[in-house]
Design a protein around this ligand. Structure first.
Ligand code: GRG
Length: 295
């Protein structure tokens, strides 16, 4: 576990440095927008999606100095989604990553532009030359990220989420929403990291099964934490799902069964990796982290 901690810290430091380089300096005009972009992205978050990309890259033997661009691209999409999600027209939240949300610290128009600009920067980053030795594969990677973050992926999941507030979703409908809203980008993180190396079909399928399980487990645990952890621990407003009358795994299943479900999903995620041996060890450890996390 100590070794896993050292690995996560090394990956987090690497991604922090790269994001710092990729984001325009606040000295460059428009200064306020660049300052707000850096505020939204730097020095915060668990960096789960980059960690998944780095771990998947280990499975296909992709060097970290290539995979880091895939890792940064997914984190930039994630950061944009958080900025927009927190805005008054959506979740209307004042706290994110332990500090005021972007529209509170800056203003709404700036927050909107921050999200737009981070999304563009994500695709610019994924277009970094040589992420795969075959440019056709890199083109497929860009398409994959576009689909995962668009209306048939994350943005679509968010639309379903907004439309379902106050409605009695059943478990299948809830799962459908989360597969899109949270799961699609988590799946993309794994696939993009892996595609920086040579990815065979059987490995692709195994990794995708793993990522689907982890994506859902991530959300189940998120619902449990929202119900049980404090605002101080989470760095975002706790208890918001119940206050907003949102359907969650906890509201449908109760905390105990939701916790069991997360364990079952971890078992399935492990099973998906059974043929991948030692190179998949980081992915197994990340499955443990996702299920056991406290924040
Ligand atoms: C606005 C297009 C658009 C999409 C928003 C992902 C999302 C869709 C909204 C986030 C709302 C939310 C709280 C979802 C629950 C799961 C989740 C994605 C939590 C935040 O991700 P973490 O825990 O955050 O990885 P950090 O801060 O650690 O990066």
């Amino acid at each position: 576990m100590t070794d896993f901690l050292a690995w996560t810290q090394a990956c987090q430091a690497r991604i922090e440095a790269l994001l710092g380089d990729l984001l325009p300096s606040p000295q460059i005009v428009p200064r306020r927008l660049h300052e707000a972009m850096r505020y939204a992205v730097l020095d915060g978050g668990k960096r789960v999606r980059p960690l998944l990309a780095f771990a998947a890259a280990e499975v296909t033997g992709a060097p970290a100095d290539r995979a880091q661009y895939a890792a940064a691209a997914v984190e930039l999409i994630h950061a944009y989604s958080l900025v927009h999600d927190d805005m008054p027209a959506m979740d209307n939240d004042a706290l994110r990553r332990g500090k005021p949300t972007v529209h509170v610290e800056f203003d709404e128009a700036t927050a909107l532009l921050v999200g737009d600009a981070l999304q563009s920067l994500a695709f610019e980053t994924l277009a970094h030359p040589g992420l795969n030795h075959d440019p056709a594969v890199q083109l497929k990677m860009m398409r994959l990220l576009a689909q995962a973050s668009g209306s048939r992926g994350m943005a679509g999941g968010q639309a379903i989420d907004l439309a379902s507030v106050g409605k009695p979703l059943d478990l299948t409908e809830l799962e459908f929403m989360h597969i899109h809203k949270t799961g699609a980008l988590i799946r993309a993180s794994v696939q993009l990291g892996a595609q920086c190396g040579t990815l065979k079909d059987a490995t692709r399928n195994a990794l995708d099964h793993y990522a689907k399980c982890i994506g859902l487990a991530f959300q189940v645990v998120d619902d449990v934490l929202d119900a049980e952890a404090s605002t101080a621990t989470l760095g975002k407003t706790a208890g918001k799902d119940a206050a907003d009358n949102k359907p969650t795994y906890v509201s449908l299943l109760g905390v105990a069964r939701a916790r069991e479900l997360a364990q079952e999903l971890r078992t399935d995620a492990y099973a998906a990796l059974s043929d991948l041996g030692k190179p998949a060890q980081r992915l197994r450890q990340l499955a443990d982290f996702v299920v056991e996390r406290k924040f």
